[in-house]
Design a protein around this ligand. Structure first.
Ligand code: IMP
Length: 434
């Protein structure tokens, strides 16, 4: 199976980093297709801990390409810090490739991100303030800088002449702190990035499609999650990119018939950061307990994540939109020791039970979760022993929980993660990824 995609089936932070790292072993290239350095995952190799936000997981593996597709937005200044982390550990970034069509995040985008949030007041989205939204706004408005521009100094100087004054005016208007740099300094900084990183910039669509023609394995690594999708998520409490399956095609430059397997990463409970509706959210001590047990604090922002029970209305929405063919169920161990565990199977809205995730935020605010309750399961001593014995050795009630998810969604749980380590993964992929 040469192409596999991994997509978050909730609001991000489902544990995609671990699953991507696990699946990346057999990939020749790991490709990101949307988002930017609003994502975040921690990778531990020996004694070194890497916190990556933009660079695809594959960048730490010598024998693989790590590709930033055209749908990603790239902040070169922040990327330089990630590169430094890697180089300081004695590793290189030889496998890095950046699409010449990828749009660039500038300092003014970050400032405008903050200013827009202030304007929104109580209706703020709770963005990561990395400039993601304003960069995608410029892309759609057709005046963004693209990575390929960095290789054309004259084009950079031309664009800077009208763009920088415009952005400075906009920042003033928005009451944001403005950039002091001159047009010359601004353009020269960009040209400098081109000189430094130009060798990594190329047409990544041609690269990926050529690799597929040669029978190479490509892993598409989604960031955020389906519920943060600009069209299908909890708008306006979403990110500004296409996080669903279709985003792979536009964001990596591959046709739909190239994508064969889509792994939906589904955390055994639900979390979200930032504002927006969350029907199964817990409150008070119950929420705090789950947050603590799951270590639910953001890698990018450090914010405590909101926590609640698993929501299969959400899972159905994600599965339908992304074409999910397998679940990777993560963080099941976090539920160890609970007496009762709830799973949401519908929303009661205005006296009716809805099975599909509604578009209306107002409706979602009125929605009450309809739960199925499961008996919990006990903690275990040695998860690696459980992994080698397979699914049947898991606590009986945990197996029931997993089977319920499979039956409700009609999708097999091909990967079951019962701890943060690679060795704490039950692999039921039975050869579809080799
Ligand atoms: P933005 O992507 O910074 O514009 O933020 C928009 C919304 O998406 C906010 O609610 C963020 O908290 C959320 N978000 C962005 N990236 C991630 C992520 O990687 N994990 C979880 N939530 C995210």
């Amino acid at each position: 199976m040469p192409t596999v995609a991994i997509i978050g089936a909730q609001w991000g932070d489902e544990g995609k980093g671990k699953i991507t790292d696990y699946l990346a072993e057999k990939a020749d290239a790991v490709v990101r297709f949307q988002g930017g350095n609003n994502a975040g995952h921690t990778i531990v190799i020996g004694d070194s801990v890497f916190k990556l936000h933009l660079l695809p997981s594959g960048v730490l593996r010598k024998d693989k390409l790590a590709v930033i597709g055209n749908g990603v937005v790239v902040n070169f200044a922040d990327m330089a810090e990630e590169v430094k982390q890697i180089e300081d550990a004695g590793l290189g970034i030889d496998g890095l490739r950046i699409s010449d069509r990828a749009h660039l995040i500038m300092n003014y985008h970050k400032k405008l991100d903050g200013a827009e949030e202030v304007y929104r007041g109580n209706a703020s989205v709770g963005t990561t303030k990395k400039g993601i939204g304003p960069t995608y706004q410029d892309k759609i408005a057709r005046y963004g800088f693209r990575a390929g521009d960095l290789l054309e100094p004259e084009l950079i100087r031309e664009k800077t002449k009208f763009l920088l004054p415009m952005k400075k005016d906009l920042m003033k208007l928005m009451g944001s702190e403005t950039c002091n740099c001159s047009e010359d300094d601004f353009a020269e900084r960009l040209i400098g990035w081109g000189q430094k990183y130009g060798k990594y910039i190329c047409d990544t669509s041609v690269l990926i499609n050529d690799m597929l023609d040669e029978g190479k394995n490509i892993l598409f690594e989604g960031a955020q999650g389906a519920m943060l999708d600009i069209d299908h998520g909890t708008y306006p409490y979403v990110t500004s990119s296409s996080t669903v399956g279709g985003g792979i095609c536009s964001g990596a430059g591959v046709a739909p018939n190239r994508i064969q397997k889509v792994v939906g990463c589904l955390k055994a409970y639900t979390t979200r950061v930032g504002e927006g509706p969350f029907v199964t959210e817990l409150e008070g001590a119950e929420e705090e307990e789950l947050q603590k047990k799951g270590g639910e604090f953001g890698v990018t922002t450090g914010r405590g994540r909101r926590c609640g029970w698993l929501d299969l209305v959400v899972a159905e929405h994600a599965a339908r939109l992304c074409g999910i063919t397998s679940w990777a169920i993560t963080k099941l161990d976090v539920l160890n020791g609970y007496e009762k565990i709830k799973v949401c199977v519908g929303y009661e809205i205005d006296g009716k039970v809805e099975k599909h995730f509604p578009a209306s935020i107002a409706k979602l605010e009125r929605a009450k979760p309809v739960y199925e309750e499961f008996d919990g399961w006990e903690d275990w001593e040695d998860s690696e022993a459980l992994v080698s014995a397979g699914m049947d050795s898991l606590p009986e009630n945990m197996q029931k929980y997993i089977r319920f998810i499979e039956e409700y969604t009609g999708i097999p749980a091909d990967i079951i993660s019962i701890g943060p380590k690679r060795s704490e993964t039950i692999d039921r992929t039975s050869g579809w990824w080799n």
